[in-house]
Design a protein around this ligand. Sequence first.
Ligand code: HMG
Ligand code: MG
Length: 298
Amino acid sequence: KLPAKVTIKEVGPRDGLQNEPNFIETKDKVDWINLLNQTGLSYIEVSSFVHPKWIPQLADSEQVLKSIRRKPGVTYAALVPNIRGLERALNCQVDEISVFMSASEGHNQKNINKTIDETFPVLKEVVDEAKKANLKVRGYVSTVIACPYDGPVEPEQVLKVVDRLAEMGVYEISLGDTIGVGVPTQVERLLETLLKHFPPRLFAMHFHDTRGTALANVLKSLEMGITAFDSSLGGLGGCPYAKGASGNVSTEDLNYLLTGMNIDTGLNPQALIEAAFFIEEKLGKKLPSKQMVIARNE
Ligand code: HMG
Ligand code: MG
C-alpha cells in the first residue's frame, strides 16, 4: 500500500549547485530560492557551512541565508560539518541543520577528512550544541549502496552508522545513494535491514540518478513505507568528492510520479518547471529532467 502523502525536500540550492564549476552569483541564488517559495515546497536546503575551499560554490552561504525571503511554514536548512560550521549557521538564522557522514571509510575520508570513528564525536558535539540552540537536526548517511572508493557497502555497515546517528537524536536520517548505482532489490535489502530496528518515518531517501534508477528506487521505498524524499529541481547535483556522481532525482519528475499515483505532495508542477528553467538559464547549460524536455518541446 502506498502512502497518501509524501514530503519532498528540495536540495537543489545545496546539492544541486555544490558541484557546479562556474560560480553562480549570490543574487541569482537568492532569487532562485525566493522563486522556490512559490512552488509549495515546505523544505529547502539552502546551502552549507562547510569549508569554503572544499566547496567554493557555496562560500556565500552567509549572504544567501541572510538575503532570502522567508515564507512562513517553510524550513530553510543547511549542511553543517562541525562546530565551526554550526557557529556560522547560527549566525544567520537557519531553521534546521543537517550533519553528514558516509557509511564507507573511503568516501568519508575524501569528503570530510576523517575516519568514520573520528567523525562520530564531531557530529555528536554539533547535535548537542544545535539542540541547545533549539535547532532541529537531520542526519545524512552517504554511500548507502556503494562507495566510489571502496565498492559495495553492506546494509549492516549502514545500520552501524544509522544506529549512532539515531542515538545522537537526529529526527530523520537521509540515506544517500551518492553515486546513483542502486537498483530496487538493493534498496529493498537495505531497508529490510534498517526497518527491523527503526520505523520508516526515521528515514528519507536521497537518490542520485546517475544510471536512471532513482524513480524505480523511489517506488520501492514508498512500498516499504518511506514518506520523505530529497530531490533537486531540473535533476541538478552531485558530490565533488564522489567521482562520477551526477544529479539528484529531479523534483519535477519525482512530483509527476507521486501525483500520478494520487500521492499528495503539495507542489505546483507549473511553478516547479518555471523555477527549474530559471536556474537552467543561470547555469547556461541544459538540465536533465524529463519534465523540462517535455516543456521545451511544447
Ligand atoms: P579539515 O581541513 O579536516 O578541517 O576539513 P579542520 O577541522 O582541520 O580545520 C582546518 C581549517 O579549516 C581551520 O582553519 C578551520 O577553522 C577551518 P585554520 O585554523 O587552519 O585557519 N574550518 C572551517 N572554516 C569554515 N567553515 C567550516 C570549517 N571547518 C573548519 N565549517 C571539513 C574538514 C569537514 C571542514 C572539510 O572536509 C569540509 O568542509 N568538507 C565538506 C565537503 C562537502 O561539503 N561535501 C559535499 C557535501 S556531502 C554530499 O554531497 C552528500 C549528500 O548529498 C548525500 C549523498 O548524496 O550521499 C549530503
Ligand atoms: Mg547528494
